[in-house]
Write a protein of this length. Structure first.
Ligand code: CP3
Length: 358
């Protein structure tokens, strides 16, 4: 399928570390409950999954933040838990409690039965949403596809939902490392196929969310998270030239690992707010672009404080990056929350564009 030419390519250029007129900005969870129009669509659909599995509704909520704000990228409206759901675990969302699986992984026997889902039969609704969104975007901004990291998906698959201490999944890794590696191996195969299918359907950049990598000791991080991120970065075909879909590895609590992540062959790494961007620039040494990293809580502050923190983050990157603003994609260090004020998002985006003009 042929697509309209891209009108705003700042985001893709910054990921390639090419010069841009302003630093591009998008926000994790930019489509969500903080927008009244999202809440209305969700109420109409009845549930989160009803919305995510309907390409027109998924497209509608993807575009909602772009109608309000001059964002430089769109992100597919879906969830990281679609892969385990397609593997048969039975995803549902309980109001106020977050995601739950009806049939979590209890041990090695359950792991032996897992197989890579079929990208069209089991996850075709995601690819249909990507195709619809790409068409409706009409070249306005690039579309980001995404997946959870193998470790982060394993956390939800074994815990059955969110967790405070990740005792079940860590115990499984410690007691049955071979079974854990089989689990992570199958999930990694699925993640690679899923990202490749999203690219084939029209996604122009790909982000992996390693939300829970930061809960592991260094030894366990290397063995159970980093190793599989390395496999994704080396095996995922991202295409060539202007058609290449850059790969971003985002992780919470990954400050200590930025050097290793830059060496995986990924195009960019996403950092949280526990590291200064200048330090992130030094640790990644110009090998990758860096995305981040304002503390999301900054969006509760008054406009002058938001503007000050935006300037601080932009200048920290420039100072650590040899005086150049290139190679930086502005974002939060994690996702937005439902009770944030949409007006604050406008303040943030305008500040990024104004303070970073070349
Ligand atoms: O960023 C975007 O705008 C794109 C959409 C997106 C969602 N989830 C929509 C969503 C993305 C990229 C995700 C990724 C995701 N999902 C992650 C990784 C990123 C992160 O935040 O660390 C994780 C860990 C999940 C798992 C998940 N899905 C949780 C913990 C929840 C519950 C959150 C809550 O506040 O209830 C979800 C549901 C979910 N995914 C919502 C949205 C907008 C809220 C659902 C609702 O409308 O009730």
């Amino acid at each position: 399928m042929s697509h309209a030419p891209l009108k705003n390519d700042r985001f893709l250029r910054a990921l390639r570390r090419e010069p841009v007129d302003r630093t591009p900005v998008w926000l994790m969870r930019q489509a969500g409950r903080y927008l009244p129009e999202y809440r209305a669509t969700r109420a109409q659909a009845g549930s989160f999954m009803a919305m995510a599995t309907n390409p027109d509704l998924a497209c509608e909520v993807t575009l909602q933040p772009l109608r309000r704000f001059p964002l430089d990228a769109a992100i597919l409206f879906s969830d990281i838990l679609t892969i385990p759901d397609a593997m048969g675990l039975g995803l549902h969302f309980i109001q106020g409690e977050g995601p739950k699986f009806e049939r979590p992984i209890a041990g090695p026997d359950d792991i032996a039965r897992l197989a890579v889902p079929d990208m069209e039969d089991d996850l075709g609704y995601v690819m249909a949403a990507v195709r619809t969104i790409r068409r409706e975007l009409d070249g306005q901004v690039p579309l980001i596809g995404f997946s959870g990291s193998p470790w982060t998906l394993a956390c939800y698959m074994v815990e059955g939902g969110g967790s405070k201490d990740f005792a079940k999944v860590k115990s499984l890794a410690l007691n049955h490392p071979d079974a854990m590696h089989r689990l992570l191996g199958v999930v990694t195969d699925a993640v690679i196929a899923y990202l490749a299918a999203q690219r084939a359907a029209g996604a122009q950049a790909l982000q992996v969310f390693d939300t829970w990598g930061g809960v592991l000791s260094p030894t366990m991080y290397r063995e159970f998270s980093l190793r599989y991120l390395q496999r994704i970065a080396s095996e995922l075909d991202r295409g060539h030239g202007d058609d290449r879909a850059p790969l971003i590895l985002f992780g919470k609590g990954n400050a200590a690992w930025l050097g290793e992540l830059a060496d995986t062959g990924a195009d960019a790494v996403g950092a949280d707010w526990l590291v200064d961007l200048g330090e992130a620039a030094r640790r990644t040494g110009g090998k990758v672009a860096v995305q981040g990293n304002l503390d999301p809580v900054t969006l509760y502050a008054r406009p002058e404080a938001i503007q000050r923190e935006v300037r601080r983050a932009l200048d920290s990157w420039r100072d650590g990056n040899g005086g150049s603003r290139e190679g930086h994609v502005f974002n939060l260090g994690h996702g937005m929350s439902p009770d944030m004020d949409p007006d604050s998002v406008g303040v943030l985006i305008d500040a990024v564009h104004a303070f970073s003009a070349r």
